[in-house]
Design a binder for this molecule. Structure first.
Ligand code: SF4
Length: 230
């Protein structure tokens, strides 16, 4: 697959055109890794609109807020599909919790990354087996860690292509699509949570604070990735 040729072909195309190209013309095994974020919900809405059995999966870390589980159900019901759910390895979670307790991720960046590895990275690697292209809802203006990302990238860590169809979208664009198309979204957004991950690692923010400041708020901005998008 020639990435540069694809980039040229898709230059100036709409997000829907880009998704149609990957879903209908390329004949590759492609899936959306959804965290149920507003961006991933926009992509789910578009993907199901293009191909009703589009592949979407999510990672249940075991520490998600109730509202996220409710959103999975609501999304499945609306589109009459089933988002595939991957769980961490039982033995790894048991060992972590029995050795270090329920909140080891607050101790240090290394311990936070250890928890993210067990609960997210390892299940993601399993979920991506056999997938040629991984779709994400990343946007360039989400954080300092994402401002160099492109529409299509080679993901060295996972050995596959990563497609970021919303890379140039603003947060306003995302909300406009959600409201206009009545796309289900996580109710915690209405309570001041801009970005929602695991319950103990997400919080509401005040007006004017950076949108990623609600995640791992005890760390510096340049460390705020769980390793899924390094
Ligand atoms: S976000 Fe927090 S609870 Fe969730 S996997 Fe990472 S460290 Fe663990």
């Amino acid at each position: 697959m020639n990435i540069e040729k694809i980039k040229l072909e898709l230059k100036d195309k709409s997000t829907k055109d880009v998704l149609e190209y990957f879903l209908n013309e390329l004949h590759v095994n492609i899936a959306l890794a959804s965290s149920l974020s507003i961006e991933d919900q926009v992509l789910a809405d578009m993907l199901y609109g293009i191909k009703e059995d589009a592949k979407i999966f999510t990672l249940d870390t075991g520490r998600l807020p109730k509202q996220t589980y409710e959103l999975i159900e609501k999304t499945n019901n609306k589109y009459k599909q089933k988002i595939k759910v991957y769980f961490p390895q039982t033995k790894a979670v048991e060992a972590l919790v029995n050795e270090k307790g329920m909140f080891s991720f607050y101790n240090s960046i290394d311990e936070r990354k250890e928890c993210c590895f067990i609960r997210k990275i390892e299940p993601l690697k399993r979920a991506l087996k056999g997938i040629d292209i991984w779709i994400t809802g990343l946007r360039r203006d989400q954080s300092v860690t994402r401002d160099k990302m492109e529409l299509i990238e080679w993901d060295e860590g996972n050995g596959l292509l990563k497609l970021n169809p919303l890379i140039d979208w603003s947060e306003e664009d995302v909300w406009a699509h959600i409201k206009f198309n009545n796309v289900p979204y996580n109710k915690l957004h209405d309570e001041g949570y801009p970005s929602i991950g695991c319950e103990p690692c997400s919080r509401a923010i005040k007006n004017g604070e950076d949108i990623r400041s609600g995640r791992w708020w005890w760390e510096n901005p340049e460390h705020k990735e769980c390793g899924l998008h390094n």
